[in-house]
Design a protein around this ligand. Structure first.
Ligand SMILES: C[S@@+](CC[C@H](N)C(=O)[O-])C[C@H]1O[C@@H](n2cnc3c(N)ncnc32)[C@H](O)[C@@H]1O
Length: 324
């Protein structure tokens, strides 16, 4: 997956002239902090060097994960057309670009972000986005959210794992209260990210939320550690992205997990099985690991004899719904 053209150009302009050694050093530091899940009271994106490293090395991946999650939302809620967005921990504004790419008609967005360094870049980049009114606001989630009005779409992407555990539940409750249509949470596709999503899922189901995606049911998650639910998107790496990481390969696979929960007024299609692992094919047969609407998950062999289902299974990719 590639960044939208206008965003790619704006990011390239932001990175133009930056010394490669400085970018590589900042990218390495950022990556170390993310991998070690450091929570030392400092924001990871606390200066311009870290913010630029994020633009070069993380934005393409978080955009891809958020965009793919939104595609899954649109796949079950085809009438949902958000006009307003609230994005929390907005970083460089990845969610507004993904939402603008997924849905026409987004008119108004409020982006809340604590770090002045990344907020400044988010503001500059989103000036190129095709959304009429975008407001950026400083806000530290550990101090609670300011007074806000509900929005059609509320997003919280790659933020939960940076927050102190004690603040997460309250934040989810508050975001649900601010959700007019759909709340989307995206996290890294690690066992820890999946646990954060499971906690949010339990909370939101108890609060009356209807799961849009990825789960086709509201039963307990059928997966058990060491297995975990996650998806992946292949992300194109620009030359600078490769150089900043000292990488040769022109792509990387971003693993992510997400949860989208809807208010009752949002119309959803009937749940269908979701493919929760890479398909394994052979001649005349496809093996899919499916999470089923009745709440179970299992590897399922589908053969030519299954007719239309086999045709659908051959087309289905990791993360898709299986619909004959
Ligand atoms: C990994 S970045 C994700 C940015 C963006 N949502 C994306 O998906 O690309 C996490 C963002 O959450 C912000 N953040 C972390 N803790 C925060 C807090 N306590 N209050 C507000 N924002 C916070 C960080 O500054 C950072 O911009």
């Amino acid at each position: 997956m590639e960044l939208p053209h206008a965003l790619r150009q704006a990011v390239d302009r932001a990175l133009d002239g930056i010394a490669l050694a400085d970018l590589a050093q900042a990218a390495a530091l950022l990556s170390r902090r993310y991998r070690a899940e450091i929570r030392d009271g400092r924001l990871h994106l606390n200066d311009d060097a870290a913010a630029l490293a994020y633009l070069a090395t993380r934005l393409p991946a978080t955009f891809a994960a958020i965009r793919a999650s939104m595609a899954a939302v649109a796949g079950r809620a085809s009438d949902f057309a958000p006009r307003s967005l609230l994005d929390i921990g907005a970083g460089p504004g990845s969610a507004i670009w993904a939402a603008g790419d997924c849905w026409d008609g987004l008119q108004d967005a409020l982006m809340i972000e604590a770090s002045p360094a990344i907020r400044r870049w988010g503001e500059r980049l989103s000036a190129e986005a095709a959304v009429a009114q975008i407001r950026w606001q400083a806000g530290d989630l550990s101090e609670g959210l300011p007074d806000l009005s509900p929005r059609d779409l509320v997003t919280l992407c790659y933020v939960l794992d940076e927050l102190a555990p004690a603040t997460r539940g309250k934040l989810i409750d508050r975001l649900w209260a601010l959700t007019g249509g759909i709340l989307l949470i995206v996290e890294p596709g690690t066992p820890a990210g999946w646990q954060l999503i499971l906690d949010a899922r339990r909370r939101l189901i108890a609060a009356g939320g209807r799961i849009v995606a990825p789960c086709p049911h509201a039963e307990a998650c059928p997966l058990a550690a060491p297995d975990w639910c996650h998806f992946a998107r292949r992300v194109a790496r620009s030359r600078l992205h490769r150089q900043a990481k000292g990488a040769e390969v022109p792509w990387e696979d971003e693993k992510f997990i997400y949860l989208a929960v809807a208010r009752p007024a949002v119309k959803l299609t009937e749940p269908a099985p979701r493919v929760i692992a890479p398909p394994r094919g052979g001649s005349g047969r496809v093996s899919l690991k499916l999470c089923q609407p009745h709440g179970e998950a299992a590897e399922t062999l589908i053969t030519k004899r299954d007719g239309a289902l086999f045709k659908a299974a051959r087309r289905a990719d990791w993360g898709d719904l299986l619909k004959p």
